[in-house]
Design a protein around this ligand. Structure first.
Ligand SMILES: [Zn+2]
Ligand SMILES: [Zn+2]
Length: 320
C-alpha cells in the first residue's frame, strides 16, 4: 500500500535516480500517455459546452499562470534575476506548479543545462541538434529527463519547503482544479443566465493548460528556429515578436541568451515584456527587490552555483 503512494513522489525511482539519469536519451512511448490524455481531455468541451464566463476564465488562467512560469520559474528560480523573501519564494514555487509543468526545481535544473549547452551537445531541447518535435515535446518523454538533477539547483534544494513542493508537484494543480470546479458551480447557481457550471469551467481550464504548455514549449522550439538574431551568439536563439506577445516577453529569446541574468528580456522600448512590467510592479509593492536591469561591469555571470566554477559571459554592447 505504502509503495503505491510512493509513486506520488516525483523523487521516487525504483531503480535509483542515478541509474535513470544515466539512461539513453530516447522517447519512452509510455511517457507520451499523460500528454495524449491531456490533449484528448480538451474534447470534453464538446460535452460541457461553452459560456462567456468559462472562456474568460480560461484566458485569465492562461495569462496568470504564464506569468507564474515566466516571472517565477524562469526569471527567479532558473536565473535569479531578482531577490525575494523565503516566504515569497515558497509561494512563487507553489503558484508555479499550477501551470502543470512539473516542479520549480525540475524546471530550473533543465533550463540551466539548456543555457549552459545551448544548441550544443548535451542541450536538453535543441531543435537544431535533435529536431523540432523533440525540442517542443519529445524530450519530456525521455526517462533520463524525468528526475530532478539536484546537483544543478543546489542553491534552491537547500530550502526544504521548495524540495517538498518539487516532489509533490501535483498537489497545487489538483487544488486549483477543485477551486475552478467550485467557482463554476457557484457562479452557475448564483447567475443561472450565465449558463456555466463546474465541469464546464474545468474543461476550459484543461484547454487553457494545454495552450499554456504549447506556448511555453514554443520558446524551446520556435524561439530557436524562427525570428531575428540581433546578437551574434554561438546558439540559434531568436527574437520573435509574436512569441513575445503570447509568452509575456519570453519571445525576446536572443536577447535573453545574450543577457541571461537580466530581469528584462525586452531591451528596446518597443520590445513588449509584460513579465518585466509585472515584476516591476511587485518590486514597487516591496514583494521583490534588487532587480538586475543592467549588465554588471559588462560581465554577466549565469547562475550555476552548484557547478564547479561559474560560467562567465562577456556582454560588450555589440549588437550585430
Ligand atoms: Zn533558449
Ligand atoms: Zn532562460
Amino acid at each position: 500500500m505504502l509503495n503505491y503512494f510512493r509513486f506520488l513522489d516525483s523523487d521516487y525511482f525504483p531503480s535509483g535516480v542515478t541509474a535513470v539519469l544515466s539512461k539513453k536519451t530516447e522517447c519512452n512511448l509510455s511517457r507520451t500517455l499523460p500528454f495524449v490524455v491531456l490533449h484528448l481531455s480538451c474534447l470534453s468541451v464538446f460535452l460541457t459546452g461553452w459560456s462567456p464566463f468559462a472562456l474568460y476564465l480560461a484566458i485569465s488562467l492562461y495569462f496568470i499562470r504564464m506569468f507564474f512560469v515566466t516571472g517565477f520559474y524562469h526569471r527567479y528560480f532558473s536565473h535569479k534575476t531578482y531577490k525575494t523573501s523565503r516566504v515569497a519564494q515558497a509561494i512563487f514555487a507553489a503558484l508555479g506548479t499550477t501551470a502543470v509543468q512539473r516542479g520549480p526545481l525540475w524546471w530550473a535544473a533543465h533550463h540551466r543545462v539548456h543555457h549552459k549547452l545551448a544548441d550544443k551537445e548535451g542541450d536538453v531541447h535543441s531543435p537544431v541538434r535533435s529536431g523540432f518535435l523533440w525540442s517542443h515535446i519529445g524530450w519530456m518523454t525521455s526517462d533520463c529527463y524525468m528526475p530532478t538533477d539536484y546537483s544543478k539547483v543546489g542553491d534552491l534544494v537547500r530550502y526544504p519547503e521548495l524540495h517538498l513542493i518539487n516532489r509533490f508537484d501535483w498537489f497545487f494543480p489538483i487544488l486549483m482544479g477543485i477551486a475552478v470546479y467550485c467557482l463554476g458551480e457557484f457562479v452557475g447557481k448564483s447567475h443561472p443566465d450565465w449558463h456555466t457550471n463546474g465541469w464546464q469551467c474545468v474543461s476550459w481550464g484543461i484547454v487553457s493548460t494545454v495552450v499554456l504548455f504549447h506556448a511555453t514549449a514554443a520558446i524551446n522550439s520556435l524561439a530557436h528556429t524562427v525570428g531575428s538574431q540581433p546578437y551574434s551568439l554561438e546558439d540559434n536563439s531568436r527574437n520573435n515578436f509574436f512569441l513575445a506577445l503570447v509568452t509575456m516577453g519570453e519571445g525576446w529569446h536572443n536577447n535573453h541568451h545574450k543577457y541571461p541574468t537580466l530581469v528584462r528580456q525586452g531591451l528596446e522600448w518597443w520590445q513588449i515584456d509584460l513579465t518585466f512590467y509585472l515584476l516591476a510592479a511587485l518590486a514597487k509593492l516591496g514583494v521583490i527587490w534588487d532587480l538586475r536591469c543592467t549588465p554588471q561591469s559588462h560581465t554577466e555571470t549565469a547562475v550555476f552555483e552548484s557547478q564547479p566554477g561559474t560560467r562567465e559571459i562577456t556582454v560588450a554592447n555589440s549588437a550585430k
